[in-house]
Design a binder for this molecule. Structure first.
Ligand SMILES: [Zn+2]
Ligand SMILES: [Zn+2]
Length: 261
């Protein structure tokens, strides 16, 4: 399984970080998780491309996670890849229907499948086995834990966890416990008064008892610029004892993990 971090930014633009997007590949299966602004450009720089993504899994419906959904639909329609499945938490169907109400000419152009998922039951998406957990955020949001599409794998023990947007808390740390790789929202550096997102210290504290191989800090607001090494030191000083890195757009991780650019 390979993770390509497409977008490590947030709702406030910086030149080198587009909004949220993560590409999972395993053999010939691909899954896009979140589809914020700029993600299609990053996707076009991968071997998979938007042509190879027929399934999108949403963590939640904030604009920085869904802004490029309609552009993805239009690109696939124009390229003749007319199937797209959109999976996400409650409200995903009405979100997509609402977007298509605004841009009516796209309605009916795609063979669209919409599916809503919940933490109560593991599910399969694009062949990946997935477990979900509610996070603590300003709107309902799901964290996801993934197992490769090998069949019969327990997703609650999958090697990759994506936090979505969330404060740091023990329940999410427990959910990620045992992951080879955890990509976690770390929106702001320490010293900023924030709710609905973690700081490096709160994140490190929450993960102090968790067994996580590599922690990638993502969903980075402009205030994190130039603070990267201090942020990783804070996470470690607060008790996290795995490897920790600030993610950058385009970074790829093979799972079991080995990092490459
Ligand atoms: Zn959000
Ligand atoms: Zn966000």
């Amino acid at each position: 399984m390979r993770l390509t971090v497409l977008g490590t930014g947030s709702a406030m633009p910086v030149p080198d970080r587009v909004q949220a997007g993560y590409l999972l590949d395993d053999g010939d299966r691909s899954l896009l998780v979140d589809c914020g602004s700029g993600v299609l450009q990053r996707l076009a720089d991968t071997d998979t491309g938007y042509e190879g993504v027929s399934t999108v899994l949403l963590t939640h419906h904030h604009l920085d996670h869904v802004a490029a959904l309609l552009p993805l639909m239009k690109a696939r329609w124009l390229a003749g890849h007319d199937h797209l499945e959109v999976v996400g938490p409650d409200g995903t169907k009405s979100l997509v229907h609402g977007l298509l109400d605004v841009h009516e000419y796209l309605d009916g152009r795609l063979d669209l499948s919409l599916r809503e998922v919940s933490p109560s039951r593991s599910f399969s998406v694009a062949g990946f086995d997935v477990a979900a957990r509610e996070t603590r955020h300003s709107m309902p949001c799901l964290a996801y834990r993934f197992s490769p599409p090998s069949g019969g794998t327990d997703p609650t023990a999958g090697p990759l966890t994506l936090s979505g947007d969330s404060e740091a808390f023990g329940g999410l740390a427990n959910f990620a416990d045992g992951s080879d790789v955890l990509v976690h929202d770390c929106s702001f550096p320490d010293g900023i008064d924030v709710s609905n997102h973690p700081t490096p210290t709160s994140l490190g504290e929450s993960l102090s008892d968790a067994d996580v191989g590599t922690l990638l800090l993502s969903h980075l607001y402009p205030q994190t610029g130039g603070q990267e090494s201090g942020m990783t030191e804070s996470v470690r000083a607060a008790g996290f004892d795995g490897e920790v890195r600030v993610a950058s757009d385009g970074v790829q991780v093979r799972i079991p993990s080995n990092m490459s650019e």
